[in-house]
Design a protein around this ligand. Structure first.
Ligand SMILES: [Zn+2]
Length: 318
């Protein structure tokens, strides 16, 4: 299945591009309906929605830059009121996400804050880390990157990761906004991999020229306003030309971002089969097990007959 869609769509899309003058590659992400639907499945306070919108956008931006077949996951874990942020995207462009909250700690934090907009990333997440994983199925190696949650924004943490890890130059920009439950988000990433080539003759350039080229492109990216990034009336191809025409920007086919969840009754059944019957009893509420998917909030019900059937299937198999 391919989610490549040419260059015609305006929203929920990834636009790959290359700055031909320098060999710097990039992705521009614009999303609205998809993240609005994902956030509407939960009932988080505005400050949490803002963080999750950023995580979802970063997920789309980062996964679109990697070549893989499978699933890309971006996840934070920390000791503050927002103890977890999770988002994943498949190579087919299907995106989902949720936040894990310490309700009491968050309520207390919001209570003693006059303006929630002034809360920092540190106030909300506390100390912890941000990790990304590429999972390509059980027979393939998992790739994981990890960085401490030290930065003014999650995007800054990601940028810090690439800075500390190797010589791959990476710059990230994310802007989000909302009117009630209608969210818009935009993201951009620039990356230069030494030795990857880029345009012909690129490898002959000296370090100073490379640094200048990189800094110039970063300044151009930083000049992109939230208004431009999120404006549906400004096609992404026009925006990229406006920003990078002197860098000879070339655009490739867009990819659609689709909102969706991969949970299923079958997957939960596999989990239930592994739990001893005595333990299952302790999870029952009013004689049933109700399991909810954290990503999409969908509930699955298992009654005694279901559990007995699953339990007998397990015995036959073992
Ligand atoms: Zn689900």
């Amino acid at each position: 299945m391919s989610n490549t869609v040419g260059t015609g769509i305006r929203d929920d899309l990834v636009q790959p591009f290359l700055l031909e003058a320098t060999g710097i590659r990039g992705r521009l992400v614009r999303t609205g309906p998809a993240i609005s639907t994902i956030l509407a499945r939960h009932d988080y306070p505005q400050v949490v929605n803002e963080l999750l919108a950023e995580v979802l956008t970063l997920t789309a931006v980062l996964s679109s830059l990697m070549k893989f077949d499978g699933c890309f996951t971006l996840q934070s874990k920390s000791d503050g009121p927002v103890k977890m942020l999770v988002s994943d995207m498949t190579s087919e462009g299907v995106l989902r996400g949720y936040a894990g909250i310490n309700e009491e700690a968050l309520a207390q934090l919001l209570e003693r804050t006059d303006d929630p907009a002034t809360l920092t990333l540190k106030d909300l997440t506390g100390k912890g880390y941000l990790a990304f994983t590429v999972d390509q199925g059980e027979h393939m190696e998992r790739y994981q990157g990890i960085v401490e949650l030290e930065g003014a924004t999650l995007s800054e943490c990601i940028q810090g990761y690439f800075k500390q890890s190797d010589q791959i130059k990476t710059g990230v920009l994310v802007k989000t906004e909302n009117e009630g439950e209608s969210w818009r988000s935009g993201g951009m990433i620039l990356q230069y991999m030494p030795g990857e080539g880029g345009i012909q003759g690129r490898k002959d350039q000296d370090e100073e020229t490379l640094t200048e080229d990189w800094q110039r492109s970063m300044v151009l990216m930083a000049s992109c306003t939230a208004g431009e990034l999120l404006d549906l009336d400004l096609p992404v191809t026009d925006l990229l030309y406006r920003l990078f025409h002197e860098e000879q920007v070339r655009v490739f086919d867009q990819k659609a971002i689709l909102e969706g969840c991969r949970c299923s009754r079958e997957k939960l059944e596999t989990v239930i089969k592994t739990i001893p019957l005595e333990e299952i009893e302790t999870y029952k509420v009013e004689g049933k097990i109700v399991a909810s998917c954290e990503f999409c909030s969908r509930s699955y019900h298992f009654n005694d007959a279901d559990i007995a059937r699953l339990n007998s299937e397990e015995e036959v198999e073992s």
